[in-house]
Design a protein. Sequence first.
Lengths: 355, 418
Amino acid sequence: MATKLTQSNRAGWLFALPGFGLIAMFIILPFFFAFWLSLTNQRLISPNPTEFVGLQNYQEMLSLAVVTLEPERDDAGEIIRDENGAAEYPRVRSITRSDDYPQYDGMREWFRWQSGDDARVVIASDVVFWKALTNTLLFVLVVAPTQAAFALGLALLINQRLRGINVFRAIYFMPVVVSIVVVSLLWRFIYDGQDGLLNAVLGFLSFGLFEGHDWLGDPDTALGSIMAMSIWQAVGFHMVIWLAGLQTISPTLYEAAAIEGSSKWQTFRYVTWPGLRNTAVLILIVITMQSFALFAQIDVMTNGGPLDSTQTMVFQAVERGYGKQDISGGSTISVILFLLVLTISLIQRYLTRER
Amino acid sequence: MNRLTAGALVAYAATAGAAMAQTEVTMWYHGAGNEVESNILNGIVEDFNAAQSDWTVVVESFPQQSYNDSVVAAALAGNLPCILDVDGPIMPNWAWSGYMQPLNIDESLIEDFLPGTLGMWDGELYSVGLWDAAVALYARESTLEELDLRRPTLEEPWTGEEFMAALEAAKASGNYDYALDLGMNDQGEWYPYAFLPFLWSHGGSLVDRESYTTAEGALNGEAGLEFGEWWASLFEEGYAPGTSEDPADQQTGFIDGSFAFQWNGNWRAVATMEEVDDVIFLPAPDFGAGNYIGGGSWQFGISESCPTPEGANAFIEHALQDEYLAAFSDGIGLIPSTPSAAQMTENYAEGGPLAVFFDLSDEQAQLRPVTPGYVVQSKVFTKALADIANGADPADTLDAAVDEIDSDIEANQGYGHE
């Protein structure tokens, strides 16, 4: 293989050249740029010279610490409790803004848990980054399997010889060809807390029992709302890929299965699914990568809010690089995101390898 | 060839010849999509191009939302136009970065200009505005009567308590969806522009205005925390709609009567007066440290890379005439930059419905922090206020904002402030 790839294959290399060239110029080269910039203090526009700062950007972004807060006690040593019986703790800012603890300077609470009477607080120097990271991972974890499953379901539905099936194919595919910015704007109206379509429909279906909910304004539902909308928007695209996979499966296999008297489920399990193996790998990797790149929906619908519940890695990279003119900070996020996606893709490849 | 085409050819050659003699001066403007604004600007450009034979100004308009990004991207690519339209508080950043040059215009032209319309950085004039903007508390006279409220004046504005009592009265009346609309859906420059005055009025500040090297104690000091608690209460008590407010509802809410009061810019004043007969524009409440409004709006400046600064300066000098200032004011309700232009307008002439704002802008407008770091500080402040409105703890949020501002100033080696 290796010899054939490198020798006597001039035409092959020639054909690959435009693709390789573009990938090198717009993906590989910028990545090395980003990696270099993340080691400097490069600003977007600034008269100050750029300086090499080593791993300082990574350190500022990633540093975490756990502090233990002991509950406040009165003179008798009893724990002071509020009316609900919850112990009262000193404020985190009494530690992070105190001269006694210079190592925690500039850090802020990310989350806390209870351990006996004490509270353990995870503090981070860049809470927004950590929230963006966890939101992005959560988004990928939910969207990748759900979207793939829905797309497969739709593909199975429309892979039938029925009259007018093309109408359905077109309808399911339509959201894909509409710009994501337009789709996001429309869904903002749908999710509107005052008189949005979703609230109206839910109110109608529940005979007025449903009072209306501010979907994007509530930190608990904002990310979920964006997930639902994102799944709906791109499901058609993956449906078409599944459909292509379905149509490569030879009809003779189905005929043989029918003769053997296989049930519908058995046909799917032992004929269709094995035949879709390569398609499944492709779809999983593509959705994973697309989900990590979540940006436009956030930019149009929530700006990362409310309370950072919809911050994502790419949104933060753009916000820092362009909005706050901190190119080195934006690059640092990009590099971390790249390594993350690369690792996950390699793991996926390994798990789904041909055995 | 018949005579008609020959005539057309001659005419064509003549216009082409005239155009050749004039050197092109490019200009970018932020008002794409606003027809009234574009028409006035195009009128100025046409007048200028016709009035002299050396220069011809060509305008390109951008939507306001993406305007600043476009300029920064163009600056990096070396494609800046000659004449730049720049938002007042952003100017120091561009000037510090070396993308703008000081103006070279006749000083007598700007003698009478409102202080907020002159963009000074490092002791030099970099930009000048044809107007200033002001923010006011929109209300109806009938609302004040119905709720039995004293009408605040410039000399005697509402105190913080009176203001909160007014909100409570509006809420208790049950006639309104919300007592106060703040325009929380517009998470852009509106936040610092509209809400910094509240912070100032509490005695706080976004950064230390003496040194510009830290926000510690200014934003999260006692006054800052008091402001933060007050800000949180507006949303906790349900006086004001939060960040997820529908933009359409926000636009029409006051006119429809869903809001008792609205904190809004006077660029909406003309449109509102057309719909609401008894609208009145009340001054900002005084929370103890004076009452302020934000100053400094969009201004004209010249890029460093401009090959023909003479032409650009000539255009800006031309645009500073009173009749144009008055035209912009009549068109979109902004405050004309000079008293003489104010007399020529419908709203700001003596006895006009908005005349009071000319004085307010003259005396009480305060500029947002004049520092290159403002670009970042503005974003940090916006996020902090949105977070507090959504229920974040005011003290922790303001602390985090201070940390971010301070580390940004440090990363930029103090932004040139000594």
